[in-house]
Write a protein that binds this ligand. Sequence first.
Ligand code: GLY
Ligand code: MN
Length: 361
Amino acid sequence: MPDPRPERRARLLDLLEQHKAGAMAVTHLPNVRYLSGFTGSNGVLLVTQRGARLFTDPRYDIQASQECDCSTKICAGPVWPELAKEVRRQGLTALAMESDKVSHDQWLASAAELGKPVRLKRAKGLVEGLRVIKSASEIEAIRRSVRLNSKAFQQALGKIRPGMTEIQVAAEIDYRMRRLGAEGPAFETIVAAGGRSALPHARPTNQQLKANQLLLVDMGASLDGYCSDMTRVVHLGPPPARARQLYDAVLEAQLASIAEVKPGAACAQVDAAGRRTLRKRGLDKFFTHSTGHGLGLEIHEGPRIGRKPEGVLRPGMVITIEPGVYLRGFGGIRIEDTVLVTETGVEVLTSTTKEFLVIPT
Ligand code: GLY
Ligand code: MN
């Protein structure tokens, strides 16, 4: 398979031309990684018609030369004076920068460093726009991440018992991910028991699990830089009828949204399908977030699958479908899969069962 990075940079340069800037300083690290391969924590990638150059610090001297397919500049001090020198050397008069990713102070400092003849131009979401459509090798990487995540869930599930704390369950999950080869979790693992499952983004606590409780687990792995994302709700002991009804309602909503996923479908239409099924049961008002999001090198990427009319699905997009209902005092149910938009429809990448699983107590 050919190295995708030169092609990605060429496409970025095409976009930059449309924005009347011949060059860009890429600061957002996932974008730097996408365009150059660099995975360090400090680096700015200068992309110009003459090529690309990564500016980083001496900690990354060896790593940058191993990872990048472009030239590298190791800066003894801050990177910006060196980068500005290169911009002036190439005679550039306009430089695009990710205005939504740098602080106001950083923007002003960069402008001052570049000096008057070089104009900084706001460029938002250009690289993210390229990243929305995944290549075959990126899809394969996400597939492997999803597989690993499901395996870690399966392994951790066998360890869950009443008396464990939410934090201990999260630790078990994170440990399993790493044992299976992940770099780590793609985001802080969510484990929420009982009434706390009504908090869509609960942080695990030292609260102990008890029999006859819901348990919500939202987890994702990062493998070779690529994320997965899955939510499952299980019950400690046999679930009461109300929990089962809610579970079935959320599952119906999730399947309705998945059924809408195909090239050309409006993201809002995918969101509406799930919401509609919940409305029939009077539950839509408890579905308080959007249906899903793209994922890849980051856990939250475009497209957004929500109520707003924000574009259409295209083949190669990888998104989550994760409706949920959250009842104060009772608990919450969310069911989330990672799915691929194919040429003809949808492929659900997550293989973990969506049966309402029961943990023996
Ligand atoms: N699964 C975490 C999130 O989507 O925010
Ligand atoms: Mn998610």
